[in-house]
Design a binder for this molecule. Structure first.
Ligand SMILES: NC(=O)c1ccc[n+]([C@@H]2O[C@H](COP(=O)([O-])OP(=O)(O)OC[C@H]3O[C@@H](n4cnc5c(N)ncnc54)[C@H](OP(=O)(O)O)[C@@H]3O)[C@@H](O)[C@H]2O)c1
Length: 280
């Protein structure tokens, strides 16, 4: 085959067989669970990654294990402390000159009733799961506009589709993301910007350990709902498929997803069955 034919074949192959090769992708919550697995699978596909979370040591240890580790950037940040977003984006643009995808995945859960949860904890959780999340979106939007392209993958939750025991503010934060990003999608699609909202059910990650109690301490336990959940690699493979296909929404999980359809189509049954399910 001629060199130009090789080149054309390479371009075609990279476009169809590997959507993520050479894409610059910013992942929040990359130090653990779904975010760390996203980093592993995306690095294998040839993406250049920006890895964010609070725990810098965990991020650096992860980056060391990733394929093409010199092409990734560790960018520690606290989603609960807004104000530095433009500086983060400047750092990313200085290294890569572009940003293709923001994966807004970082978040914290809750294990306390609405009655017990202090307003301080309510606000703290909204800061991390909602305001911290949308602050990054606002900071990258001008870049996406300039490029005429960009994608957001927003990790909401099945708890963003309906409320649940011990999840009042968590559920509220995840539902808030839906309203925000659906509006943003309507405004920005004509500028080449796409939004995928993901609603995972029960996924096997340590999220229950860091979930906030009524006083804002860590729950500290691996709940059986989590331990018995979908393996994280399976969840991430489905997330990446949905993102690549520009799906507006993706539900990921097992039988717990039935609750979403029950609520929509047979709400009386939803209210009979779902309140009896374990919250841990
Ligand atoms: N696992 C599930 O069953 C499930 C179901 C539905 C939705 N989700 C959502 O999926 C996302 C990832 O959760 P996961 O299951 O992978 O849990 P995880 O293993 O606990 O990971 C959570 C990630 O968020 C980061 N994070 C937490 N607070 C942060 C803060 N203040 N600033 C910056 N980063 C912060 C953590 O890093 P640091 O601690 O290093 O900051 C960690 O990397 C979350 O948004 C969660 O709500 C999970």
């Amino acid at each position: 085959m001629h060199t130009w034919a090789h080149g054309l074949f390479y371009l075609w192959f990279m476009n169809t067989a590997n959507y993520y090769a050479h894409k610059v992708i910013w992942i929040t919550g990359a130090s653990s669970g779904i975010g760390a697995e996203l980093a592993k699978q995306l690095a294998r596909k040839g993406a250049k990654l920006i890895l964010s979370a609070r725990d810098q040591m965990k991020l650096e240890a992860l980056a060391e294990t990733l394929e093409n580790h010199s092409s990734h950037l560790v960018l520690p940040l606290d989603l609960g402390k807004n104000g530095n977003e433009l500086a983060y984006v400047e750092q990313i643009m200085a290294k890569y000159g572009r940003l293709d995808i923001l994966i807004n995945n970082g978040g914290v859960s809750q294990r306390a009733s609405a009655l017990e949860t202090s307003m301080e904890v309510n606000r703290q959780l909204m800061e991390v799961n909602f305001f911290g999340n949308i602050a990054l979106a606002k900071a990258v939007l001008p870049i996406f506009r300039q490029q005429g392209s960009g994608q957001f993958l927003v990790v909401s939750s099945i708890a963003g589709k309906f409320g649940f025991h011990l999840r009042s503010i968590y559920s509220a934060s995840k539902a808030a993301l839906v309203g925000y990003y659906e509006s943003l999608a309507m405004e920005e699609e004509r500028h080449g910007i796409k939004v995928t909202l993901a609603f995972p059910g029960k996924i096997n990650t340590p999220i229950s350990k860091s979930a906030l109690t009524a006083e804002g301490t860590a729950h500290g336990q691996m709940d059986s709902n989590q331990a018995g959940g979908m393996p994280v690699d399976e969840c991430v493979a489905q997330l990446l498929r949905a993102l690549e296909q520009h799906k507006r929404e993706v539900l990921i999980g097992r039988k717990e997803l039935l609750a979403v359809y029950l609520k929509r189509f047979v709400p009386a049954l939803f209210w009979k069955i779902i309140p009896r399910q374990s919250a841990t």
